[in-house]
Design a protein around this ligand. Structure first.
Ligand code: NAI
Length: 418
């Protein structure tokens, strides 16, 4: 059997959990029914590099139902759910992913997927696209197009496009409204707090939570932390985002000030070296640091290790204690990797339903338009975005009003005024 998983014996548990998530993914279910009939992906090989979770498994099955041959690897070494990888592989979707795999294995797995010569790449963070361009450029001629799931990946792809280095069309799924307005905000918000609670079992009420980065994800984290009774401090580098946070009622201050008062720090910026040694030196005994941004570079781990002359030890699952020379203890969750995927299960299925509906429809669109799309980063077509929102409302049993003919005419005209 192709694929590389931790334990094929976990397939049964994986299947149960995939089905549980699938019941929450009603939009994807509707797309699956259509794909089964229309087979829009017949003959297409898809290489996916995504977090190997129950929700991703449902997306993989929808693509396969549409006629595609699908192969999957992890987009993060610590986010894989080993039972899901086992179930997918057993059910005909070879998966190359083992939770906790080292960097060499991570890239070996990406290359194993590329060995299948995909026509379509689906990426989350652009590691597959970057490997393809750097190490396997000969294969690019076989590619029809791709999709990218996350903010950081889209930033990397735009940088490649600006350099003239991106050699095929990629749809930036992250930029769909039905993706980032919901997944980044409500998904990251809830699952990040969930992961911090699972890892620490701390009471959040009354604690000071510092959120670095008030973008789409940061808004979600800040609002969920506040909902749990925490006092929330936001740090930012963009005046507009900082102003929004102030008007939302959060305290906004530089990280060097927040460092002294925070109990729990969450970085979610997409930037690097946000929480640095100079901040850690100011932190209280027992402070907790977690990262929800895509790469594990937001918290300066080498700086933290250098500071820990009193030793480093694993305190409990996903909690490492760093002891400073003066006896203070700082705690790092999930090794500084995406905490919501490392220490919890990632976003709830009901919100991934929309992101992955965008993914499935974006792949269908790329395939339907093969040969016609310019190389570069493409937005998700507006029709797809609106259709996903419509289907989600339908699935939730929510009805909305429609414009009357009079209203439509009014909104189109410029004659009527005061
Ligand atoms: P965004 O671009 O909407 O927001 C990022 C914010 O961070 C911006 O407001 C920016 O000004 C701010 N920022 C940048 N450098 C900073 C610094 N040094 N200090 C303070 N603030 C700083 O991006 P979004 O969508 O919120 O994504 C953030 C990160 O989270 C990305 O890496 C993205 O890929 C990742 N992500 C993680 C998810 C998860 O499941 N954990 C889900 C979706 C996205």
């Amino acid at each position: 059997m192709a694929g590389d998983v931790k334990d094929p014996g976990l397939a049964g548990t994986g299947r149960e959990r995939i089905a549980w998530a699938g019941a929450e993914m009603r939009v994807l279910g509707l797309i699956r029914e259509r794909f089964e009939k229309e087979r829009p992906l017949d003959g297409i090989r898809i290489g996916a590099c995504l977090h190997v979770t129950t929700e991703t498994a449902n997306l993989m099955h929808v693509l396969a139902a549409g006629g595609a041959q699908v192969v999957l690897c992890a987009s993060n070494p610590l986010s894989t759910q080993d039972d899901v990888a086992a179930a997918l592989t057993a059910d005909g979707i070879p998966t190359y992913a083992i939770k906790g795999e080292d960097t060499a294995t991570f890239f070996r797995h990406i290359n194993a997927v590329l060995d299948t010569h995909p026509h379509v790449t689906m990426d989350d963070g652009a590691d597959m696209v970057s490997t393809l361009h750097k190490e396997r450029p000969d294969q690019i001629a076989e590619i029809v197009g791709g999709t990218e799931e996350t903010t950081t990946g889209v930033i990397r792809l735009r940088a490649m496009a600006a350099d003239g280095a991106l050699r095929y069309p990629i749809v930036s799924v992250n930029d769909a409204d039905t993706k980032h307005l919901f997944d980044n905000r409500f998904g990251t918000g809830q699952s990040t707090m969930d992961s911090i609670m699972r890892a620490t079992n701390f009471l959040l009420a009354g604690r000071t939570v510092v959120v670095a980065g008030y973008g789409m994800c940061g808004r979600g984290v800040a609002s969920r932390a506040r909902g749990l009774g925490a006092q929330v401090v936001v740090t930012e580098v963009e005046p507009l985002s900082a102003l929004e946070a102030v008007m939302e009622g959060y305290r906004v201050m530089p990280l060097r000030d927040a460092a002294r008062i925070g109990d729990i720090f969450v970085t979610v910026t997409g930037d690097k070296a946000v929480l640095r040694r100079e901040h850690m030196e100011l932190m209280k005994d027992g402070a907790v640091m977690a990262n929800a941004g895509h790469f594990d570079v937001e918290i300066d781990k080498p700086g933290l290790a250098a500071l820990a002359t009193g030793g480093i030890r694993r305190l409990r699952e996903f909690v490492d204690e760093y002891r400073l020379a003066d006896g203070r203890r700082l705690h790092l969750l999930g090794e500084g990797r995406l905490v919501n995927l490392a220490a919890a299960e990632g976003h709830p299925a009901a919100v991934m339903d929309m992101s992955f509906a965008d993914q499935a429809l974006a792949v269908e669109w790329v395939v339907a338009n093969r040969g016609k799309l310019e190389r570069g980063v493409h937005p998700v077509p507006r029709d797809i975005d609106r259709e996903v929102a419509r289907l989600k409302l339908q699935a939730m049993g929510v009805e909305i009003d429609a414009l009357t003919a009079e209203q439509e005419a009014y909104l189109r005209s410029w004659n009527e005024g005061t």
